[in-house]
Design a protein around this ligand. Sequence first.
Ligand code: FES
Length: 100
Amino acid sequence: MPGTPSDPTFAIYVDGQAIPARPGQTLAAVLLAAGCQTFRYTRSGKPRGIFCGMGACFDCLVTVDGLADQRACMTPAQPGMQVQTGTLAGGPPAGAGGGA
Ligand code: FES
């Protein structure tokens, strides 16, 4: 069974911080276990995280190893992955004046 307590852990890097993960865990599972509930923001600045947990809603988008808009609930954690949360799917919030 993937992600059982007896499995060895490895590190992924979430916003530059090392977080333990287990084989078979999705990025969403790792992020939630680490206390992260906001994975991205909408264009209007609303926080989004896990909603459906099965790849349908796209609320859980993160950047993985430089690839934007990856679904955390569908992406298996791999050793050394660089994950960036807090990205603005589809661009910055209205009036934010920031970059994409
Ligand atoms: S939580 Fe819905 S697609 Fe990931």
